[in-house]
Design a protein around this ligand. Structure first.
Ligand SMILES: [Fe+2]
Length: 243
């Protein structure tokens, strides 16, 4: 069985409060008695995308890197060139636990919504074509489907149909992973599970929960565990204290 931990939207801004919330997730994962095949972080690691924020991220995430493979991609709050210089490659392919994990950059400089460029889609297509027999997970920041969160749905992925076309050629893709919504959401996209990780920094309010704010900072932080077996792809959500 392949086990992936998945969280998103840390939005580190130099403040101890946000570092503490991210640190709780790191501590929880590092204290697990069992093994994880990889940890996936789907964007908005920093609030403003500065070198100083990425330095704070490196420090907060270090225990995780010491124990597990950690894979990540930028979000709209990240600045890709700075992310690439100070944190990680913005696009990566790795195989862990028999699953190919492809992470790409869906951010557009200066914009909140997202796009998978032609070159990014071509790269995904080629990587998937090169390993047709290996189960694959594709991850990026912007959800390619509406989630029922109005503030997020208007700044999602601009070209989901182009991604769906690529995925239709590669039936070994078992799931699409995203962030951005600050909410643990499970739906489907192009016939595969779409799992949106909760936001470490805050939780998005649904329209029927709160009319006055788009998100709130609660006493909890959450993450997902995805498992893959020959029998299928399964997701668990874990919520831990933020204090
Ligand atoms: Fe975002």
């Amino acid at each position: 069985m392949t086990v992936l931990a998945h969280f998103s939207d840390l939005h580190l801004d130099g403040s101890p409060e946000r570092a503490d919330r991210a640190g709780r997730v790191v501590s929880y994962l590092c204290a697990l008695p069992g093994a994880l095949d990889a940890v996936v972080i789907t964007g908005d690691l920093a609030e403003n995308g500065t070198a100083e924020e990425y330095a704070q991220l490196r420090e907060v995430l270090k225990p995780l890197h010491d124990r597990f493979p950690v894979l990540m991609c930028p979000g709209n709050h990240d600045v890709t060139p700075v992310f690439a210089e100070h944190l990680a490659a913005p696009q990566s392919a790795a195989a862990h636990g028999g699953v190919q994990i492809l992470l790409v950059d869906s951010s557009i400089p200066g914009e909140d919504d997202g796009l998978l460029s032609t070159s990014t889609l071509d790269w995904l297509d080629a990587r998937l074509a090169a390993a047709p027999g290996t189960p694959a997970v594709v991850g990026f920041h912007h959800p390619p489907a509406a989630l029922g969160i109005p503030f997020i749905d208007v700044i999602g992925l601009r070209n989901p149909a182009a991604l769906a076309t690529v995925l239709s050629r590669h039936p070994q893709v078992v799931a699409v992973l995203a962030g951005h919504a600050h909410a643990a959401v499970s739906t489907t996209f192009a016939g595969v599970p779409l799992l949106v990780a909760p936001g470490v920094v805050s939780t998005a309010a649904l329209p029927w929960e709160c009319a006055s704010t788009w998100s709130y900072q609660d006493d909890w932080v959450s993450l997902m565990f995805h498992t893959h077996t020959p029998g299928g792809f399964t997701t668990h959500v874990r919520t831990i204290s933020a204090r």
